[in-house]
Design a protein around this ligand. Sequence first.
Ligand SMILES: [Fe+2]
Length: 184
Amino acid sequence: MATVRIPDKERRFFDPAEIRRELAGIGIDYERVAVPPEIATAPAARVLESYDEELAKLKARGGYVTADVIDVTPATPNLDAMLAKFSREHWHDEDEVRLVVSGSGVFHIHPKNGPIVAIEVEAGDLIRVPAGTLHWFDLCDTRSIRAIRLFQDPAGWTPRYTDSGVDQGYQPICMGPPRPVAGV
Ligand SMILES: [Fe+2]
């Protein structure tokens, strides 16, 4: 389950109902999807095949025409250059849809009216960042993520940068879900 933070208000949300409410409030669609353990390491074609039904529904709903699997690990060539493209504030003329099958990362969303919201995503999180939404993305410490991407434009991922520098003021903190404290 994703965790949500509002850094400027020092607030964190762990409760699924609260998380959905917070994300819906800034126009982000969020769902949980089951990820069988073997899918995390299956070949990309198998991953897409296993979400056939889900992807068909999403395509019909959002007008997406292509899907692929992005696989990022510390061994990915030119990883830092790739991450630098994601981690500056930008928007797209199409939705950014990601179904995470393994790894983790942080989306920062910059709503038009309201504070910046950090969403830490992990396996099983399906997120839609609508076209035009200002956002940026960083990996967590493991520097790995595997996710299905859906595109409305067959040309794929095109970022439009704001060059606002606002992303510099927010650390990509990955905390994961709260852990029980012994003896309490
Ligand atoms: Fe993006």
